[in-house]
Write a protein that binds this ligand. Structure first.
Ligand SMILES: NC(=O)c1ccc[n+]([C@@H]2O[C@H](COP(=O)([O-])OP(=O)(O)OC[C@H]3O[C@@H](n4cnc5c(N)ncnc54)[C@H](OP(=O)(O)O)[C@@H]3O)[C@@H](O)[C@H]2O)c1
Length: 302
């Protein structure tokens, strides 16, 4: 594909803004699909709830990347918040998938999460593993199923099951780093739950790889090759920041403070990136130590 035009929904988010920069740096044209009024000719307004999007403006797009959705860890999980997690993913994905089908866009890269697998305990899972049964698994399953129109139309659809993205600029590290820096870093529950992680540098490389690599389709784990337990992650982050983390937050206290969100943090996935590695993708950060060194590095002054 020569300098493709890539349309992105959810482009203002953590991953989306990094992807926009990477695509522009590679001289690709980026069409941002935005919910607010467009600011320039490189933006297209849509109303995901009403299903309104200008199909004509998507003509000539080579790949559409869907990264939208209310942040999973943004708030305590009330019934209303769980509904907003679903509403901000499933209907918008149906709208975009239908647009891909109607316009004939050849590629759809759709965000999803390793939460698809449910709580895997210490069982290693690749993309062939079955769907879990908890809330996040059902959310991911329904989110992926919402790409059906694009799949039926023959588009190459990649279901990008992403792990926890480690970046210097926010996300999980934005929440954890201040606590660890104060010496309040703590293992969650018994710490045996697995965490599948990926550095932002590898997340963006993997999305670019998925856009351009015609052999990739279906579920693809975007997570580093060596997932770790929460206890290992906590110790590694403490070491990286020079603030040993010896505390533990008991599961009951997490449930009292966070409601059902605590279950998401007390369970986990040991997902491996089989599809990416089979397709020849090379990780820049293969171990948690390398990824944390990258995600805690101070930006170099320009
Ligand atoms: N970051 C991670 O560690 C991680 C891990 C696994 C999966 N994921 C998934 O990957 C996707 C991107 O992650 P991210 O960290 O970049 O998320 P993010 O920073 O929360 O950004 C998500 C974007 O979705 C759009 N959005 C927000 N509310 C929406 C709504 N009600 N309806 C439609 N769109 C809405 C917004 O973009 P606009 O304002 O431009 O529309 C927002 O910037 C998300 O679906 C997330 O669940 C992320």
């Amino acid at each position: 594909m020569n300098s493709p035009t890539v349309a992105i929904a959810g482009s203002s988010g953590l991953i989306g803004s990094a992807l926009v920069s990477a695509l522009r740096a590679a001289d690709h044209r980026v069409l941002r699909i935005v919910r607010r009024a467009p600011a320039n000719a490189d933006e297209l307004q849509w109303d995901p709830e009403a299903g309104a999007i200008d199909l004509g403006a998507l003509a000539g797009v080579d790949a559409l990347v869907n990264l939208c959705g209310v942040g999973i860890g943004d708030r305590r999980w009330s019934g209303a918040f769980k509904q907003s997690l679903r509403d901000s993913r499933i209907t918008p994905t149906e709208v975009l998938s239908t647009a891909v089908a109607e316009v004939g866009i050849p590629v759809l890269i759709n965000a999803s999460g390793v939460g698809y697998y449910g709580d895997t305990r210490d069982r290693t899972v690749d993309e062939s593993a079955s769907m879990g049964t908890d809330f996040l698994a059902q959310l991911a399953g329904d989110w992926e199923a919402a790409t059906a129109a694009a799949q039926q139309a023959g588009a190459r659809v990649v279901l990008a099951r992403t792990g926890i993205v480690l970046t210097p600029s926010g996300g999980a590290m934005g929440r954890l780093r201040p606590l660890f820096s104060l010496g309040l870093g703590a293992r969650l529950g018994n710490g045996r739950q697995y965490m599948s992680w990926i550095s932002m540098a590898d997340e963006i490389s993997a999305l670019l790889f998925a856009i351009s690599n015609d052999t990739l389709s279906g579920p693809v784990n975007l997570s580093g090759p060596a997932p770790v337990t929460n206890a290992e992650f906590t110790a590694a982050l403490g070491r990286t920041l020079g603030r040993p983390a010896r505390l533990a937050v008991p599961a009951f206290a997490m449930r009292a403070g966070l409601g059902e969100l605590a279950d998401g943090l007390l369970s986990g996935q040991r997902a491996i990136p089989a599809a990416l590695e089979q397709a020849g993708f090379r990780f820049q950060h293969s171990t948690i130590g390398e990824a944390l060194a990258y995600a805690t590095a101070r930006p170099t002054p320009q």
